[in-house]
Design a protein around this ligand. Structure first.
Ligand SMILES: [Ca+2]
Ligand SMILES: [Ca+2]
Ligand SMILES: [Ca+2]
Ligand SMILES: [Ca+2]
Length: 963
């Protein structure tokens, strides 16, 4: 009933249809030509599953009318029956292909009713122009099952049938899969949807097996099936085997199968010897994420043992991204995605893009950056409005993937007009263009793009100095040192290429740790600028070097602080005749720091052995304890060896002395001191000398203050200790000194004497005059044992001064020997000076011992009778003489030091001689003198509060008695 001009075409159509559906369906073929001529070539049972193409070729096409109703009726009655091979539960489909309106339309309703009764789904295909007529079209609609839009096909001619075939096929499949009929096992298994090689055979993914649960089958190369993994415990429509890879450990081969529709979320099965080892569920249960859509096994270090399993979820949605790839580790037989452990999973993601399908393809790449570890490509075919892109991720030594991608290759960078670039990536990368570098094939819609990998190079940046080290000549560093910094760049190939070119722009920062103007290296003698820049063209043949002139300030205090010079460069690969622009190895540091040190005087062995000698002296012979006295020490430190670093002198000093200040006489000194705490420990002064490097000699003073009331004993000592940061000191070092010094306490003892006045008449035999003179000794500072020595003139020439020199007594004092005067011509001396003292007179010596407490007063009184004969012998009738005794203080000079210069004090008495007696003067002088003294003493005592204190003391005493 088909008016085909070309029988071969007709047969081919059948062939095409059969190829696609043979293994899914039972088939039968029948042909009509005349009303009574109905031939069933094959029923459902007899249709051969093998050699079916020859079978079809063998069928003769019959010519005649179009008895469609009769044909349908016959088929329904004879073929769709158990005897015709039709299974009772199977879906029944009748495809009617006709070229025009039937010759028996009156029988059609009955025939169709029969078909309907048997639940046969009918497709009608009208071929040719006949069906432009309404009547024919209507008939076609009637033949087909309702609704016509799903079951009627109308085509111009044979060629259009091919297109229609596809539609038909899809419709038949959907009917099969969605209705409850016979349970499907392998009919729709889609075997070969994924595949993998294993030793001795192949694995074929059977994604549609068992109601789309899926799995795989294993075959030997000769086609013999060895077994299958088709788990029935999976949910229907899990699509296990949608992706499949083989992973290897030392012993076993594991099959990793993706089931991206498992529970609408996806899962991955790890299978060993066709048994489930582990089922991996994603951490986030996002519906529709397609976890396991693509799986990939990666041997990062090339030891033939799989290190990583990569699992993609290309539909995983984030606010700004779509798709992700999980990096899971394979250890022994366990694939661990770290979803349940403390360490968070490693997740690879693309750039921000709401639609991306990142992870639609995965491919292990050769080691692109030549670090010894294989790298990874991930496709994101929907990025950039469906243009697509491919990401490159680098693995690392810890056999993981760096989660930041190293490169994103957008379709637009490759070629304009590409669509879905990255939908697939070749699983093998070969060198296609013969430059020795691997190339990568990337699929896009209708086009395969071959990406060339770029050569990888290393660039080494170096700075060398001339002179190699900074010499330090003197403390004066005002004269800059001329130095040359040689900057060199060397390029070496990492990839196997022989040519590579690049432009390097660099920037050198001198003494980069210090900010301008504190930098010690600079570009111009009169400018503190610390930046230098330049550029060089580089290739693989040789290093490129540039000499730069630099000025350096060589100060000794910087000796231990080298100059760090920072070199930064930017790299620009240049194309060469044969190669692409080389790319810089990612691990290359483009910022490097270069140290320029100061010269160290440490000899060949570079080990500094110093030879320190410390010494000190006190600036006085003893320590004086008085009012705000100082102890001054002059310290000297000498280094007679190699450089001494971080050199210090540590002084210790007694408690009750406090640090005041230090002064450098030579060198740079910095002292810190802590006085004794609580008077128990010794005070410590730490002086840093010529920091950081001490080379020759330093001298400095340290002053300590001594409190007025300090009790330091008779002697104190000070120690000095030299230290340094050097590992070793010379054996002849003198690192320690201890020196003692005596302590003297300052005392202040004052004398006060009453004045006396006596007069005589010249040449007369005068009556002796009574004489009383008081000497008050005050001890001001501290308790003291002392002796007051009083020397009183007793004889001038042969004349006694006192009527009875034996009666001259001073209470509490011992009388000693008399002392003769040094001068014999006493008359002339007295005439001249009118003074009678122990230099012209014989003196009596009295020693008065006393223990005096602080602020004690002691009074000594000279009382005797003054005679006049010693005055007459001088021969002056009218004169006023001073009769001078002397009070001398004696004390322990080892322990005490007198604050006043003199320890002797003259005590004066006035004696006048007249040619005629003067009674008035005599009376007034004799009584007034004593009175005057009394007033003075009283006033003095009152002023110091003596009376008041005494009064207080008395009231307290009486209060105590009353109690
Ligand atoms: Ca490995
Ligand atoms: Ca690598
Ligand atoms: Ca290549
Ligand atoms: Ca040395």
């Amino acid at each position: 009933m088909l008016p085909f001009e070309n029988r071969e075409k007709q047969k081919l159509f059948y062939l095409c249809l059969f190829v696609n559906v043979l293994f899914l369906f039972q088939f039968a073929i029948a042909q009509f030509a005349k009303k009574e001529q109905f031939t069933i070539h094959y029923n459902f049972n007899t249709f051969p599953t093998h050699n079916w193409n020859e079978t079809i070729h063998g069928i003769q096409h019959l010519r005649g009318h179009t008895y469609t109703a009769a044909a349908i009726k016959s088929l329904v009655e004879d073929l769709f029956t158990p005897s015709g091979g039709s299974r009772p539960d199977a879906k029944k489909i009748l495809i009617v292909i006709t070229d025009g309106k039937s010759s028996d339309p009156e029988d059609l309703p009955a025939a169709l009713a029969e078909a309907e009764k048997k639940n046969i789904t009918r497709f009608a295909i009208g071929v040719g122009s006949d069906f432009e007529k309404t009547e024919a079209k209507e008939e076609l609609n009637n033949i087909a099952s309702p609704p016509p839009e799903n079951h009627v096909f109308q085509v111009e001619g044979f060629n259009a049938l091919e297109e229609m075939r596809n539609n038909l096929e899809i419709k038949i499949f959907s009917i099969e899969g969605s209705k409850n009929g016979t349970r499907l096992t392998t009919e729709l298994s889609q075997e070969g949807f994924s595949m993998a090689f294993v030793p001795g055979g192949v694995l074929m993914g059977t994604v549609g097996a068992n109601e789309w649960r899926g799995g795989y089958r294993e075959y030997k190369y000769d086609g013999m099936m060895l077994g299958s993994y088709e788990p029935m415990d999976l949910d229907q429509d899990s699509y296990l085997g949608y992706s499949m890879v083989i992973a290897k450990n030392q012993m076993d081969i594991l099959t990793i199968l993706g089931a991206p529709r498992y529970q609408h979320i996806g899962a991955v099965d790890v299978v060993l010897k066709r048994k489930l080892q582990k089922r991996i569920h994603p951490k986030e249960s996002q519906v529709g994420q397609y976890f396991g859509a693509v799986t990939c096994a990666m041997d990062v270090n090339g030891d033939d043992v799989t290190d990583l399993i990569l699992i993609s979820a290309p539909m995983y949605k984030e606010a700004d991204r779509e798709g992700r790839v999980y990096v899971c580790t394979l250890v022994d037989k366990d694939v661990d995605c770290h979803f349940n452990t403390a360490s968070s999973p490693i997740v690879l993601k693309g750039d921000v893009s709401k639609v991306a399908r990142f992870g639609s393809s995965l491919a292990v790449l050769p080691d692109l950056n030549i670090d010894g570890f294989k790298d990874l490509a991930i496709g994101a075919p929907l990025e950039d409005n469906g243009e697509g892109s491919v990401y490159i991720f680098l693995s690392n030594w810890s056999r993981s993937i760096n989660p930041s991608f190293s490169q994103r290759i957008a379709a637009s960078q490759v070629q304009s007009g590409l669509k879905f670039f990255g939908i697939s990536i070749s699983q093998q990368s070969f060198d296609q263009n013969g430059d020795g570098l691997p190339d990568l094939a990337v699929g896009s819609k209708g086009t395969v793009v071959l990406l060339r990998s770029m050569p990888v190079v290393n660039v080494k940046a170096e700075v060398s100095f001339s002179p190699i080290k900074i010499p330090v000549l003197s403390d004066d560093c005002s004269t800059p040192l001329n130095s040359i910094f040689k900057v060199c760049f060397t390029m070496t190939n990492v990839s196997a290429v022989t040519t590579a070119k690049a432009l390097i722009n660099y920037n050198l920062t001198l003494d980069s740790n210090r900010k301008v103007p504190n930098n010690r290296a600079y570009v111009h003698e009169k400018e503190q600028r610390n930046h230098l820049s330049g550029s060089v063209n580089l290739d693989l043949s040789k290093p490129e070097c540039t000499d730069l002139h630099v000025f350096i300030k060589p100060c000794p205090e910087d000796v231990l602080n080298p100059l760090w010079n920072e070199l930064q460069f930017t790299y620009h690969g240049l194309e060469s005749e044969t190669n692409l622009k080389p790319t810089l190895n990612k691990s290359i540091q483009t910022t490097t720091r270069h140290k320029l040190e100061f010269e160290q005087n440490c000899g060949e062995d570079k080990e500094c052995v110093d030879n320190l000698k410390v010494d000190f002296d006190f600036s006085s012979s003893f320590v004086k304890v008085g009012i705000d006295e100082l102890l001054n020490i002059t310290v000297s430190l000498e280094n007679r060896g190699e450089n001494s670093n971080n050199t210090q002198v540590i002084l210790t000093y007694p408690a009750r002395i406090s640090y005041r200040m230090s002064t450098a006489l030579k060198g740079r000194i910095e002292c810190k001191s802590s006085d004794s705490e609580g008077g128990v420990t010794r005070g410590i002064t730490i002086c840093t000398v010529n920091k950081p490097i001490f080379q020759d000699k330093a001298v400095f003073n340290v002053s300590y203050g001594i409190g007025t009331n300090s009790q330091l004993g008779r002697r104190i000592f000070v120690t000095a200790n030299a230290t340094s940061g050097n590992q070793e000191h010379s054996n002849s070092s003198e690192l320690y000194r201890k020196k003692e010094i005596g302590v003297k306490y300052s005392i202040l003892v004052t004398f006060d004497s009453s004045s006396t006045y006596s007069n005589f008449t010249f040449g007369k035999k005068n009556e002796p005059k009574p004489f009383n003179q008081s000497i008050v000794v005050t001890n001001n500072y501290r308790d003291l044992n002392l002796t007051v020595v009083l020397k009183i003139p007793v004889k001038v020439g042969e004349q006694d001064i006192w009527t009875d020199s034996q009666s001259l007594q001073i209470p509490h004092c011992e009388k000693g020997k008399e002392e003769e005067p040094a001068i014999s011509d006493f008359v002339a001396q007295i005439k001249k000076h009118k003074r009678v003292n122990c230099s012209v007179a014989t003196c009596s010596v009295f020693k008065c011992n006393a223990f005096m407490k602080k602020t004690d007063k002691r009074m000594f009184t000279i009382s005797a009778s003054l005679s006049s004969g010693w005055i007459d012998q001088i021969g002056l009738p009218d004169a006023k003489f001073l009769l001078n005794s002397v009070a001398i203080l004696e004390y322990d000079k080892d322990a005490f030091v007198l604050r006043t210069k003199s320890f002797a004090r003259e005590i004066e008495a006035e004696v006048e001689v007249y040619s005629e007696p003067n009674f008035i003067k005599e009376i007034i002088g004799g009584s007034l003198g004593g009175f005057f003294f009394l007033i003075l003493v009283t006033v003095g005592l009152y002023k110091v509060g003596f009376f008041k204190r005494k009064y207080n003391g008395m009231t307290e005493e009486s209060a105590a008695l009353n109690e």
